[in-house]
Design a protein around this ligand. Sequence first.
Ligand code: NAD
Length: 437
Amino acid sequence: MSNPKTRRGAISVIKPDRDRRFVTEDNPFEAMMSRFDDAARRLNLEPGLYKVLRSPEKQIIVAVPIMRDNGEIEVYTGIRVLHNTSRGPAKRGSRFDLAVTLDEVKALAAWMTWKCAVVNLPFGGGKGGVICDPTTMSVNELERLTRRYTAEIIEILGPDSDVPAPDVNTNERVMAWIMDTYSMHKGHTVTAVVTGKPIEMGGSLGRRDATGRGCLVVAKQALARLEIPLDQATVAVQGFGNVGSTAARLMAAEGMRIVAVSDKKGGIYDPKGLDIPSVLEWIKEHRFLEGFPGAKVISNEELLTLKCDVLVPAALENVITSKNAGAVKARIICEGANGPTTAKADAILDKKGIFVIPDILANAGGVTVSYFEWVQDRGGYFWDEETVNERLEKIMSKAFDEVVAMADKHGVSMRIGAYMLAIERVAAMHRMRGLYA
Ligand code: NAD
């Protein structure tokens, strides 16, 4: 596959596809694939490898019948996609949601492959879920659903093959049920089969803050690159959940000025800087930011176009689009959320010279500490939080430098640089392993 002649032939096989790229701006599969295609083209990826890396290895659909509490039987659909496991077991979120579709799961699985490769973890990418509305289910029904789904996919699950983690509407308790079901089938306890477990059963210290902490690490490096002193940096954060609130708390603790934060009801703004510990106290009591005293009320749309040094979109996908990208005034965008920027918006931000730290790098802190959890479980030896944080910082910081180097070398954006780095790593593994036939 590494024959240079074949590699050169790649350009004619991978068509630019530019028109299609922007047809469906908010489709996650298209968004991921347009970046993949762009990066693969620039790498002159061999046509054969291009086909291999574009195709998910396994797609599984299972029926998940359970008895509801009222005695009736209901059958749900479970999906599992392993995108690429050449570098190691598939690391994947497992979600319970009505909006789960095979197309979306395929896109998210590929996304995980690139994310794990950017930070150089020995993991591949996968994704899974059950199409259901967990808000209409009792705890007992959810437990039966989780256990039956686990049993249906048990041949592929395992610390060496496929390691689920929490995602939309799944949590530590769901991970504990998966771990228990898997262990009962194996006849012994296997904690490393899932990550995101409760600490008491083999979870890792530092996991809860990991994604926000990762954002802090790469945002600091971007500020240094742009020669903006930390204590003069202003930050706006969209989304005040796990990722956004942690990023805001840690950035404020480093002396950065958090001028705006928001949740799904709207945002609050204070150009002098919000007192983040007070905001966190307010949230604990009132759940939403609404009503926080002394700050100006702003909308989520206004927050995205505020003048600031760092914008951290940490809520939803597709919030920076061709419609508002032209109005974004931040100097750095640190993508805490998955897919907050559309491919069409990328081009606009690029032209404006905005330094985008792409999602597959910026929010990889979470999967990195999931990897640490897996390592600790397998070694049966647990680290203190300081060690976890130190190792996380080292990995994120190295990945940032490697993405910058790739982007500089090829004269591309950080996003395409990150995809190129990731694709190159996965492709290298395929070349070394060869094609089994
Ligand atoms: P979360 O549910 O804890 O928080 C989400 C926040 O976004 C909440 O404050 C919510 O009010 C806000 N929000 C919801 N709808 C909104 C809207 N329309 N406008 C503005 N704000 C809105 O979720 P999270 O775990 O912090 O995840 C946030 C994003 O980060 C998601 O894209 C997720 O996939 C991504 N991510 C999370 C992790 C992780 O470790 N939690 C890791 C990688 C990526």
